[in-house]
Design a protein around this ligand. Structure first.
Ligand SMILES: Cc1cc2nc3c(=O)[nH]c(=O)nc-3n(C[C@H](O)[C@H](O)[C@H](O)COP(=O)(O)OP(=O)(O)OC[C@H]3O[C@@H](n4cnc5c(N)ncnc54)[C@H](O)[C@@H]3O)c2cc1C
Length: 477
């Protein structure tokens, strides 16, 4: 697909969009607005592209009318939630219509009898969680961006995050969707039912489809009773190997599944903690692990935290801190959440990668990342969700190298990293998705026959290739 395969947005089309959404919800002239919607959180400007028009519908009917218009006129439509994505999924790479769901931000129902919340896609994830807390309930999804990402974006990316090791990823909690199809029909998939095998599982075809197979306008989220207690253990190690060896040990010898096991290497932890003015034994620090446990019995939760602390000591931890108050838990998480921002501040030329390997392979992949960093003479800080094998290795440009050198070597470096990951039974994205950032690397982990299946699904649902084109699937060989 190329730009020239699509029509441009004319005055007549703008006028029809205004009729659908109201003129105050259609923006096509202000360059600042168009720039704002030209990128997500991928820092590389070369991956950005402004839309021709931004529209902000309020209802499924308005979304459907926009998509029908786009099909009639051959204009691409890119759905966008909060724009916190890390794979360029919400970037309108062929221009056209950027459809923002930010005005569709209502929590429609919290059904405590069925343990289901019905929400619109523009609800901020944390806002949903805060509202559920008042009912003693919770949504187990917990991306580290929860303060600003939207639930619609979480479903479209099948977001993981800090609780996935115990609770699984977003998709496990999505029981139903109202969807505007790529041709502009409104369909209802699943609902409040716990079980449903009536036909194909279209709900979970939509989950993780990155805005390429449908636009969600209503989401049925499965809720859990909110655990009454939680605590966290921060363990510092002198070297990476000891830290990594504690990850499986907690689950095998400790016989418990923590809510979270987050890994932070020396650079990631020290830079973030120092930035937050925290005092730790930085001199002897090689890597850190943050564990969280939760449950309904304070004694059990505290005992589990102690077991984790003891196992870390056995594995060589040089310092351990078990949180005694909620505030301390939050302080530990603040360090972890600060890492992507601090890396970005150190170097705008960087790429947050999202590889995932079977957990037993974590020591091997961390060793390979160190070898690759040495070979390319660049830094690759590593942090992430060690408990589910999902590591954010983040190559950064060496300040002594030229920009041209960085741009030439990065694809080679990523290829090497991805091949090593695939060799260990892993893959190139655990939670951030493919978007257009990783599309060209899909052949390293999927065969042509597998990619053809994706192509057939896409063209069956979206024969005009109108919805978020140019994402996920590389062009045919
Ligand atoms: C600091 C930071 C930390 C992060 N931590 C995590 C983490 O722990 N775990 C994790 O999984 N991710 C994480 N992310 C990545 C990102 O926050 C997630 O991918 C998130 O789910 C994206 O949500 P969003 O609302 O920003 O979606 P956007 O970026 O706006 O869109 C993401 C994709 O969803 C599609 N989309 C948006 N709305 C709809 C809709 N209504 N219907 C259909 N498709 C739609 C878009 O087209 C796009 O392809 C992090 C990002 C940052 C910046």
């Amino acid at each position: 697909m190329a730009n020239s395969d699509y029509a441009t947005v004319t005055e007549a089309i703008l006028s029809q969009l205004q009729d659908i959404c109201g003129s105050e919800n259609v923006a096509s002239e202000d360059p600042n607005v168009l720039r704002k919607y030209s990128h997500d959180q991928v820092p590389d400007d070369k991956q950005a592209r402004p839309p021709e028009v931004v529209v902000k519908p309020k209802s499924a009917e308005e979304v459907a009318a926009i998509v029908q218009l786009a099909n009639r006129e051959n204009i691409p439509v890119t759905p966008r939630a909060a724009g916190s994505g890390l794979s360029g999924g919400a970037v309108p790479i062929f221009g056209g219509i950027l459809l923002s769901v930010e005005r569709m931000d209502r929590i429609l129902e919290i059904d405590t009898a069925n343990l289901i919340a019905v929400v619109e896609p523009g609800v901020i994830t944390n806002r949903l969680d805060a509202e559920l807390a008042e009912h003693g309930l919770f949504f187990a999804g917990y991306p580290m961006s929860e303060e600003f990402c939207f639930i619609g974006g979480n479903v479209a990316e099948n977001a993981g995050g800090g609780r996935a090791i115990k609770y699984g990823v977003t998709g496990r909690y999505i029981h139903g969707l109202e969807v505007v199809t790529p041709t502009g029909d409104i369909v209802h998939l699943g609902g409040k039912r716990v079980k449903d095998v009536t036909g194909y599982d279209l709900v979970h075809l939509m989950v993780g489809s990155e805005g390429t197979l449908g636009i969600f306008t209503k989401i049925f989220v499965k809720l859990l009773p909110r655990p009454t207690h939680r605590t966290a253990t921060l363990a510092l190690f002198a070297d990476v190997e000891s830290a990594i060896s504690a990850v499986p040990a907690v689950m095998t010898s400790g016989k418990l599944i923590p809510t979270a096991i987050e890994y932070m290497d020396r650079f990631s932890f020290s830079s973030a903690a120092k930035d937050l003015k925290k005092d730790y034994p930085y001199e002897s620090l090689g890597a850190a692990l943050l564990f969280e446990v939760d449950g309904n019995n304070a004694d059990v939760v505290n005992t589990e935290a102690e077991i984790i602390s003891r196992i870390c000591k056995k594995k060589g931890a040089i310092a351990r801190y078990v949180a005694e108050q909620e505030k301390e838990i939050e302080e530990f998480w603040k360090i972890r959440k600060q890492i992507p921002w601090i890396i970005k501040r150190h170097s705008p030329q960087q790429t947050i990668e999202d590889i995932v390997v079977p957990i037993a392979e974590i020591p091997a992949i961390v060793a390979v990342i160190h070898e690759i960093a040495e070979k390319y003479d660049t830094m690759i800080p590593v942090f992430g969700h060690a408990g589910d094998g999902n590591l954010h290795a983040t190559p950064m440009k060496n300040p002594e190298h030229s920009l041209a050198h960085w741009e030439t070597m990065l694809p080679e470096l990523k290829r090497e990293l991805y091949l090593a990951t695939a060799h260990m039974g892993g893959t190139i994205s655990g939670e951030h998705g493919i978007g257009h950032k990783r599309k060209d690397y899909m052949r390293l982990v999927m065969s042509e026959a597998e990619l053809d299946l994706l192509r057939k699904i896409k063209s069956a649902l979206d024969p005009g290739n109108i919805l978020n084109p140019g994402k996920i699937i590389p062009d045919s060989a």
